[in-house]
Design a protein around this ligand. Structure first.
Ligand SMILES: [Zn+2]
Length: 166
């Protein structure tokens, strides 16, 4: 423990639970495990999470609610569209939640998310599955430390301890 507080350029480690505010569903959590580490001030985490954590000291418990604009953004697209499985390349194994690159009818490469698989129909969306959602992060600031020179050069955190394996 220290009096260190979160500022841009620090390595921050958090344990958290991420909840969908609309239905209370837990979307992700690492509580009890290794803290998730990131280099702050680089836009590596959701805007509202980064802003909410800024200035917090090690040991602080947080409860942050992020409106869509501070998370994955407001929905602008039409939402999930059903596509027949045979429309996609055979060598791509489709799973719900996966993301893949696809060439659309204009020949442009687009990122598609698989939102649901129902028999021969695959529902795909051009927007991240959490677009338009209000998200709640509850958790604890486990770590604030200086970034190593290597982390600053790479522009990302090398885990809780700053050791890279790349
Ligand atoms: Zn690196």
């Amino acid at each position: 423990m220290s009096d260190r507080t979160i500022e841009d350029g620090a390595i921050v480690g958090i344990t958290y639970t991420l909840t969908d505010v609309d239905n209370g569903k837990v979307l992700d959590r690492n509580a009890g495990g290794e803290p998730f580490a990131f280099l702050s001030g680089q836009g590596q985490v959701l805007k509202g999470l980064e802003a909410g954590l800024n200035g917090m000291a090690v040991g602080t418990e947080f409860d942050l609610t992020l409106e869509p604009a501070d998370a994955y953004g407001e929905r602008t697209g039409p939402g999930p569209q059903a596509v027949k499985r045979r429309e996609f390349r055979k060598d791509v194994h489709m799973r719900e939640g996966m993301r893949f690159k696809h060439n659309n009818s204009k020949g442009e490469e687009v990122i598609l998310w698989v939102t649901k698989i129902a028999g021969s129909r695959i529902y795909v969306d051009t927007e991240h599955p959490l677009t338009g959602k209000t998200l709640r992060f509850t958790g604890k600031v486990e770590l604030v430390r200086d970034a190593t020179e290597e982390e600053l050069a790479h522009g990302h955190a090398h885990g809780v301890h700053g050791h890279a394996n790349h």
